[in-house]
Design a protein around this ligand. Structure first.
Ligand code: C2E
Ligand code: MG
Ligand code: MG
Ligand code: MG
Length: 284
């Protein structure tokens, strides 16, 4: 317990605490309504091949227009949904919607974020299978993105779940690599097919020598362990050039497209089937 020195401080502390709690409760209730009314949107961000720049995958990212109160930051929605347990229905909603929407885009993979709480749920594998059966989405086109938090706290379970998904044909990517403490030993034993390098060190490319070393080191490490490497948060052509020259396999970021509604990504995917006209890359 925190000791407070005076009455005034206790009051301030309580008020702030109470306000935070009320805010969460309010959002929890709104998420519940949003789910019931299917008010959430799924946006898609292109992931391109580092050499050909063809779209090889799309990452599904949830968006909440939150009517009538107004849009709310995705990270915040996810954090609260994780606290309240609403991440389970929310995650399945995103998966189901995305599988239906991109079903017919034959050569494009779908990457969906999964929270540690979902991964920990013993029914999770069965739920995923159920969505795949319902939507007829081919498992080999699905990739689940997980962050390292869960891996560090539950390595045995994580390895078992990843194996089970691989056996189903689903691939697993390690998301936000470079922000936490994944040990090299774990990186090898988990069996990821892809490693996604977080956008934070990318901001330093190419001028910050240490950031560049970190990124190229991560690429070499992951490739040496037979994983494909994706760089997130690529905003400038300079960064893209260094990344592909360093052996990065796939690129994702505003340079190639922001997260966008399904109709827009469809236009982009269709356009990319033909060689892109010069200058078209910066349309979004
Ligand atoms: P993430 O999985 O690391 O997703 C990438 C984030 O980086 C997205 O933020 C995307 O909009 C942003 N981004 C992409 N390219 C660039 C760039 O060039 N520059 C910058 N500055 N940012 C870029 P977003 O959409 O706000 O999502 C935030 C996080 O929320 C995601 O990070 C993911 O962890 C989580 N999230 C989103 N949708 C879902 C979901 O359906 N389920 C779960 N469990 N988590 C989700
Ligand atoms: Mg992700
Ligand atoms: Mg993520
Ligand atoms: Mg990420």
């Amino acid at each position: 317990h925190v000791k407070m020195s005076g009455k005034g401080e206790i009051a301030v502390y309580d008020a702030a605490f109470e306000q935070g709690r009320l805010h969460r409760l309010e959002i929890e209730q709104q998420i519940g309504e949003g789910l019931a009314k299917r008010q959430f949107d799924v946006f898609y961000q292109p992931v391109v091949d580092a050499n050909t720049r063809a779209i090889v995958a799309v990452e599904a990212l949830i968006r909440w227009p939150r009517r009538p109160a107004g849009p709310i930051d995705t990270q915040q929605v996810i954090e609260i949904a994780e606290l309240t347990g609403q991440i389970h229905p929310l995650g399945l909603f995103v998966l189901d919607r995305a599988c239906r929407e991109i079903l017919s885009w034959d050569n494009v993979k779908l990457s969906v974020n999964v929270s540690p709480a979902q991964f920990r749920d013993p029914g999770f594998e069965r739920q995923i299978l159920h969505v795949l059966e319902q939507t007829k989405f081919p498992p080999h086109r699905l990739q689940l993105e997980i962050t390292e938090g869960y891996l560090l706290t539950h390595p045995e379970n994580a390895i078992r779940a990843i194996k089970a998904f691989k056996a189903m044909g689903i691939s697993i990517a390690l998301d936000d690599f470079g922000t936490g403490f994944t040990s090299i030993h774990y990186l090898r034993s988990y069996g990821f097919s892809h490693v996604k390098i977080d956008k934070s060190p990318l901001a330093g490319l190419p001028h910050d020598k240490r950031a560049t070393l970190l990124v190229t080191g991560a690429i070499n490490l992951a490739r040496g362990l037979d994983m494909r490497v994706v760089a997130e948060g690529v905003e400038h052509e300079e960064q893209a050039a260094i990344l592909s020259a360093s052996g990065c396999d796939e690129l994702q970021g505003y340079l190639f497209g922001r997260p966008m509604p399904v109709s827009d990504i469809l236009t982009m995917v269709t356009a990319r089937l033909a060689p892109p006209a010069a200058g078209k890359l910066h349309r979004y």
